[in-house]
Design a protein. Structure first.
Length: 265
């Protein structure tokens, strides 16, 4: 009796060990990606939690300080648009529009200043830098939506094409690594945007050295916020990519007769 149980248990244990060995590498790859993204997201969330409680150095709102910066740089073709949605607080280089959430647009906190100024700084990245900015935005979109597509593809291959789970997971893990590497590899665009704020902040906060230093620290953390977007891929996919989930950017209507028709952003 015991011999029969043992004879059946040993092969089962060996099969379990074999499966674990097969899945170990892809699981480790995925866990590494999750760890890096969680670090970046946690770093940004901690900054927001602290900066949201700290009043801005002057009474200007996020939108107002962004406009001050743009005027300082003699940029007059950028429109600031308030927009609450899954995708907001970013600069659109094609339409030259700065989309800000209500809290950032109307806020008078260091968090509002951080996000508004960082995104406004992208408006100065023209000429040769414009191509880098657009590529960076494409990478961010891939990071936000790509993982869900990769997961769906892996599931379909396993269930319908009888693809081995190990290879399906490895494929999904490889795609996550690619998205992560592309994201990290284009971070120079974000840090370059922060560097373009230096002259303005030195002048505007010349008598508020402590606030200037704290703001620079917040800006540094804001520069890496999209690295954590890979973890939020399901949220972006289901709330902004699917039909009927809502536009990622507002539709601006110009009702006056004889003028331009509705401008779909």
């Amino acid at each position: 009796m015991h011999g029969n149980v043992k004879s059946r248990t040993l092969p089962l244990m060996k099969n379990c060990a074999k499966i674990c060995d097969m899945l170990a590498i892809p699981i480790l790859i995925i866990a590494l990606c999750v760890g890096v993204c969680r670090w970046a997201a946690g770093r940004f969330e901690a900054m927001l939690a602290r900066a949201s409680k700290e009043p801005s150095p002057t009474a200007h709102t996020g939108a107002e300080v962004a406009q001050l910066f743009l005027a300082f740089e003699e940029i007059r073709d950028v429109e600031v648009v308030e927009h609450n949605g899954t995708v907001t607080n970013y600069f659109d280089p094609t339409r030259r529009r700065l989309f800000l959430s209500r809290n950032v647009n109307q806020g008078t906190t260091m968090a509002a200043w951080t996000l508004a100024l960082h995104e406004a700084a992208h408006a100065t990245q023209t000429g040769e830098m414009l191509g880098d900015v657009k590529w960076r935005q494409s990478v961010i979109k891939m990071t936000r939506y790509g993982p869900v597509f990769a997961a769906v593809a892996a599931a379909l291959m396993m269930f319908f094409l009888k693809f081995p789970p190990r290879f399906a997971l490895m494929g999904f893990g490889a795609m996550c690594v690619i998205f992560l590497l592309l994201n990290v590899g284009t971070l120079a665009v974000e840090f370059n945007a922060n560097a373009r704020l230096k002259r303005f902040l030195e002048k505007h906060l010349s008598h508020r050295v402590s606030a200037h230093e704290r703001l620079e620290g917040y800006l540094h953390r804001a520069a890496t916020r999209e690295v954590g977007d890979l973890l939020s891929s399901p949220r972006y996919f289901f709330f902004s990519a699917l039909p009927g989930s809502g536009a990622s950017r507002p539709v601006k209507t110009k009702p006056a007769a004889g003028k331009d028709e509705t401008d779909s952003l």
